[in-house]
Design a protein around this ligand. Structure first.
Ligand SMILES: [Zn+2]
Length: 183
């Protein structure tokens, strides 16, 4: 075998294993191409594919992932079982690591309620419920009649009020939780 061919195949092998080792950085290059970085302390927004609920979607390790989880894994390692990657900035498309934190499902709701309490209005059907209760409606409504009645009784609201929340027409800013709860 001519020497240069031998060298060439060794080189090819070396490159291949290097590519294998660099799989993670390659994913990150692919990832950052779909991100628009804001200036200063602004959010870095995902501009790639999205789930129907508005969250960013990225093909990673043979599956579709939420982009906030991908960026966390790329830089901080795997996410512990049962933990969520939450947004300090409340921007579902933001993937800036300093805007993300690891928390439980419960932390997520507490955070939502704390942030939303004074910001968003509570009108008409909304006025009958607190934000925490609206979150409970989104969390518990699985299209089951018994539970619908239970919610109507528990919060003293009409079925259409529950439906308004469930469909995202009321408490719009919480609607992204619906898919989070029912994914
Ligand atoms: Zn942000």
């Amino acid at each position: 075998m001519p020497r240069h061919n031998y060298k060439h195949s060794e080189e090819a092998k070396r490159r291949m294993s290097e590519a294998h080792r660099k799989r993670l950085p390659i994913a990150s290059v692919r990832f950052w191409k779909k991100v628009k970085k804001g200036l200063g302390k602004a959010c870095w927004e995902w501009i790639g594919d999205k789930y129907p609920d508005g969250y960013g979607r990225f093909w990673y390790k043979g599956d579709n992932w939420r982009v906030n989880r991908v960026v966390w894994e790329l830089y901080n390692g795997s996410i512990p079982e049962g933990m969520q990657v939450l947004h300090r900035c409340d921007n579902p498309l933001c993937v800036r690591l300093t805007h993300l934190f690891l928390g439980t499902y419960r932390d997520n709701i507490d955070d939502m309620v704390a942030k939303g309490r004074s910001i968003k209005g509570e009108k008409s059907c909304q006025a009958k419920l607190t934000e925490a209760q609206a979150i409970e409606v989104l969390q518990w409504f699985p299209g089951c009649g018994v539970r619908l009645k239970y919610l109507m009784y528990k919060f003293g609201v009409s079925g259409s009020c529950v439906e308004l929340i469930r469909s995202g027409r009321n408490w719009k800013h919480l609607y992204h939780l619906h898919s989070k709860f029912h994914q």
